[in-house]
Design a protein around this ligand. Structure first.
Ligand SMILES: Cc1cc2nc3c(=O)[nH]c(=O)nc-3n(C[C@H](O)[C@H](O)[C@H](O)COP(=O)(O)O)c2cc1C
Length: 209
C-alpha cells in the first residue's frame, strides 16, 4: 500500500517538474527577438528615395544589413526615357546586370526586398537580384512604394522568382508621382504615417514584438 502511494507521489512530482520545464522554455522563447539582426538583409531599389526611407524605417525596427541595388549601367535621368527603357526590358525579359554584389548571401535567413512599382511590375533590377541570388529556404519579405496605382504584379513576381522561399505578406504605401513632377514625399507628416504603418505591419508578420 505504501509503495503504491510512493509511486503515485513520484509520478505527481515528475508531472510537476515536466510542466515547469515546459513553462521555462516558453517564457525563454518569448524573451528572444524574432530574428537575430545578423541574419537579416534589407535590399532595396530606389530612384527618388521614397523606397529608401521605408527601407531605413524597417532597418530602425529590425536591424540587419541595409543595401541599395545599383546597376552597372544606370538608367537615364529623364522620366520618359526611363519609362521607355523599362517597358522594353519588361517586354524582352531583360535583366540588367547589377553593380551591387552580395558576397555572403548564404549567411542571411531573412531578406527584405524593397522596390517602387515600375510599369505596374517588379522593376527589372529587382528581377535581376532575385534571379542572381539563391534565396531557397529563406524568408523573403517584399515592400513597395508606388505612384498611387498599387503594386501591380510585383508581389506575385517575387513569389514566382522565390518558389523555394517563405514569402511573407508585403507592405505598400503611396510614394512619389514622378510623371507629375512629384519626386520625394517620404518626409514630415508622411514619414510619420509611414513609420506607424510599417511598425503595424512588422508586428503583424511577427518581425517585431
Ligand atoms: C520608370 C517608372 C515607372 C513607374 N511606373 C509606375 C506604375 O506603373 N504605377 C505606379 O503607381 N507608379 C509608377 N511609378 C512611380 C513610382 O512607383 C513612385 O514614384 C515611387 O514612390 C518611386 O519610388 P522611389 O522614390 O523609391 O524611386 C513609376 C516611376 C518610374 C520612374
Amino acid at each position: 500500500m505504501i509503495s503504491v502511494f510512493k509511486q503515485m507521489l513520484l509520478g505527481f512530482l515528475l508531472m510537476i517538474s515536466i510542466c515547469s520545464s515546459c513553462q521555462t522554455k516558453e517564457s525563454d522563447a518569448e524573451m528572444k527577438p524574432a530574428f537575430n539582426p545578423e541574419k537579416i538583409l534589407i535590399v532595396y531599389l530606389t530612384r527618388t528615395n521614397n523606397t529608401k526611407v521605408i527601407a531605413e524605417i524597417i532597418h530602425e525596427n529590425v536591424g540587419g544589413t541595409l543595401m541599395a541595388l545599383e546597376l552597372k549601367t544606370p538608367y537615364p535621368e529623364d522620366y520618359k526615357a526611363i519609362v521607355a527603357q523599362v517597358v522594353k526590358e519588361n517586354d524582352t525579359d531583360f535583366m540588367p546586370p547589377l553593380k551591387t554584389q552580395i558576397e555572403n548571401i548564404k549567411n542571411y535567413e531573412v531578406v527584405f526586398v524593397g522596390f517602387p512599382t515600375w510599369d505596374m511590375q517588379l522593376p527589372p533590377p529587382m528581377k535581376s537580384f532575385l534571379n542572381q541570388y539563391d534565396l531557397s529556404g529563406k524568408t523573403v519579405i517584399p515592400f513597395n512604394t508606388n505612384g498611387g496605382y498599387g503594386t501591380g504584379s510585383s508581389f506575385e513576381t517575387v513569389k514566382e522568382l522565390c518558389r523555394n522561399s517563405r514569402v511573407l505578406n508585403g507592405f505598400s504605401i503611396k510614394g512619389g508621382v514622378e510623371r507629375d513632377g512629384i519626386y520625394f514625399v517620404m518626409k514630415g507628416e508622411k514619414e510619420m504615417q509611414a513609420k506607424e504603418e510599417v511598425q503595424k505591419w512588422l508586428k503583424k508578420i511577427n518581425m517585431i514584438k
